[in-house]
Design a protein around this ligand. Sequence first.
Ligand code: ADP
Ligand code: ADP
Length: 226
Amino acid sequence: MLALEVDNLRKTYSNGVEALKGASLGVEEGDFFALLGPNGAGKSTMIGIISSLVNATGGDVRVFGASVRKQRSLAMSYLGLVPQELNFNQFEKPLEIVVNQAGFYGIPKRIAAERGEHYLKKLQLWDKHDKPSRMLSGGMKRRLMIARAMVNQPRLLILDEPTAGVDIEIRRSMWELVEEINAAGTTVILTTHYLEEAEQLCRNIAIINHGQIVENTSMRELLGKL
Ligand code: ADP
Ligand code: ADP
């Protein structure tokens, strides 16, 4: 089964920029997949459309078979997103942030509280669960973003440039964490503009440039060509 199908996706912004020009790719269930491309290639636009924050101009996306255009809430129920920027309210506490996200998915309060505790413990944030999140370190804030994305137990976790501006120690511990999530059965996609990062982690890769997929292959094959 495909975790993600991107089919002839097009996006033209209202300023005329063609961010996606008919991009297609497929990601198998269980994969650890990289979407690699330089700044401005269209990665965030594609992630925006997959997570239904941005409307496509043409084409469609299916998450475990559910169309983001026609079956939006089903598609979203399969998805966890870790966006590039820290976008939680820094005055809220980690447990609040994770539990509120669960509410967004219609998860009952009691279960939300249990899962919040589970993921905050797993991400070593439990001793801070009741402190304003602005008091967390940079690495803790990143982990909080992952905890929040995991609360609906997504079948597909997407991380948009997760280590941008993150120092090497934190980067390593984040990778271990995401590898663990993948090993437990969650399909993982990350975007990056570093081949090195993709190379260390991912089994399959798509390369995007100027809004088009220029390569979609296994990491091993790609490295063989370089
Ligand atoms: P849409 O075509 O999806 O309605 P818009 O073109 O209206 O999107 O832009 C949405 C928002 O993104 C606006 O607030 C706009 O100022 C901002 N924006 C414009 N250009 C860029 C850019 N190059 N990168 C990021 N954001 C941009
Ligand atoms: P990447 O994530 O690979 O850096 P983006 O998807 O952010 O690429 O951007 C692709 C192109 O679309 C760029 O030329 C960017 O300036 C433009 N763009 C992104 N968001 C907007 C927006 N909201 N409005 C107008 N142009 C945008």
